[in-house]
Design a protein around this ligand. Structure first.
Ligand SMILES: Nc1nc2c(ncn2[C@@H]2O[C@H](COP(=O)(O)OP(=O)(O)OP(=O)(O)O)[C@@H](O)[C@H]2O)c(=O)[nH]1
Ligand SMILES: [Mg+2]
Length: 359
């Protein structure tokens, strides 16, 4: 799963990318179009706590990918090209600059969160609109040659999208039926992707981080569907990323920060993408596995190995807190906290699972 980082020039996109992917074992890699892809570890206190008890040889966290592209330009054509790597992304994170830095002035000349949000959203809307219009033209041509119900349905759907986009409404705010969603998948519209607005604050605002959404009048935005607003102090987070845990905790205290912005942001990406983690826990390894919310036990087994999915028999499931308190699977079983579930069981966030499989 991948989140694309976007924004105007010199707002701190690359700085954010570096902060998020610092734990990357693989480092960044380049993909065509000057974009950088990196891997971030999803912070998970459950894995950390279980590992303290189980002392596994290996601890593995879930991961999520971030893509960093260059700043959006005034030139529409250049933007269309630079936005291409984002089509593949599953969600977008728009970095909004709210820090002063006279050495690198903001393109807009002043700091204005709403203005930048509207402008960048408009850029995405225009890109989708172009694509929508092209497809509508094509479908109309084909329909003139031959009437086909499926094409007519598609045309109606695209016209609805065009109307929304013309009214400057991102497609993520529209409701679609499952079959419509399927039809739209191929277009990879940018405004359909879940969006995180990252407010990149100056250090002086760190202590009021809980109030900045109101301060910048973004409450309404934060309530929109598939949208999150995450305040973040880029410069402090960059410094925190260099420190060990104890030093970082001390520095956060000095700035009045309750939790790391990096963790909050990664968790927000994870949530918006509709992902949850189930855990496996034993002597060799404690590990978080990423699945989509609502997945069945059999499907979830496929995250580990396709053979386990194929030869699935049953799953032993225990809530992570119960396992932690019990101290071992055997003890949890004695307390009747381990349930035997079948393949249709819907896996819950934080389930610790032991799959029984044949083959
Ligand atoms: N004061 C301050 N400066 C920052 C912050 N984030 C980034 N900068 C500075 O702003 C400049 C641009 O930062 P980048 O992270 O490269 O910004 P960017 O959005 O990737 O820039 P482009 O890719 O060129 O569009 C650098 O000189 C950073 O040191 C911040 O939170 N506070
Ligand atoms: Mg950059």
């Amino acid at each position: 799963m991948q989140t694309g980082i976007i924004g105007l020039p010199q707002v701190g996109k690359t700085s954010l990318f570096r902060i998020l992917t610092r734990a990357a074992a693989t480092g960044g890699r380049s993909v065509p179009g000057q974009a950088h892809v990196g891997i971030a570890r999803v912070p998970d206190a459950r894995v950390a706590k279980l590992s303290e008890v189980f002392k596994p040889k290996k601890i593995t966290y879930a991961t999520i990918e971030y893509v960093d592209i260059g700043g959006l330009q005034k030139d529409r054509e250049k933007n269309s090209a630079s936005l291409v790597p984002l089509r593949e992304a599953d969600a977008l994170a728009h970095v909004v600059r709210l820090f002063e830095n006279p050495a690198v002035p903001h393109e807009g000349g002043s700091l204005d969160a709403l203005r930048d949000i509207v402008n960048v959203d408009l850029e995405l809307i225009l890109t989708d609109l172009e694509q929508c219009a092209k497809r509508i033209e094509r479908v109309e041509k084909d329909l003139k040659k031959k009437k086909e119900t499926i094409l007519e349905t598609e045309l109606q759907l695209l016209i609805r999208c065009r109307l929304a986009l013309e009214a400057e409404t991102p497609l993520r705010e529209l409701e679609f039926k499952p079959e419509e969603m399927k039809m739209l998948t191929g277009f990879m519209f940018l405004t359909r992707k879940p969006m995180i607005y990252v407010l990149n604050l100056g250090d002086e605002e760190a202590s009021e981080i809980d109030r900045v959404v109101e301060k910048y009048h973004l409450e309404k935005l934060a309530l929109k569907p598939q949208t999150a607003v995450v305040p973040f102090c880029g410069k402090i987070e960059a410094e925190l990323a260099e420190l060990d845990d104890a030093e970082a905790a001390e520095m956060m205290k000095a700035y009045g920060l309750a939790e790391s912005g990096r963790d909050r942001l990664i968790q927000a990406s994870y949530r918006l993408l509709g992902l949850i983690s189930f855990l496996t826990c034993g002597e060799p390894e404690c590990r978080a596995w990423t699945i989509e919310r609502g997945m069945s036990a059999q499907k979830a087994a496929g995250a580990i190995h396709s053979d386990i999915e194929k030869n699935f028999i049953k799953a032993d499931v225990v809530k992570w807190e119960d396992l932690l308190k019990a101290g071992s699977f055997a003890a949890a079983r004695e307390k009747a906290q381990v349930r035997l579930e079948g393949k249709e069981y819907i896996v819950q966030d934080g389930d610790v699972i032991l799959f029984r499989h044949g083959g």
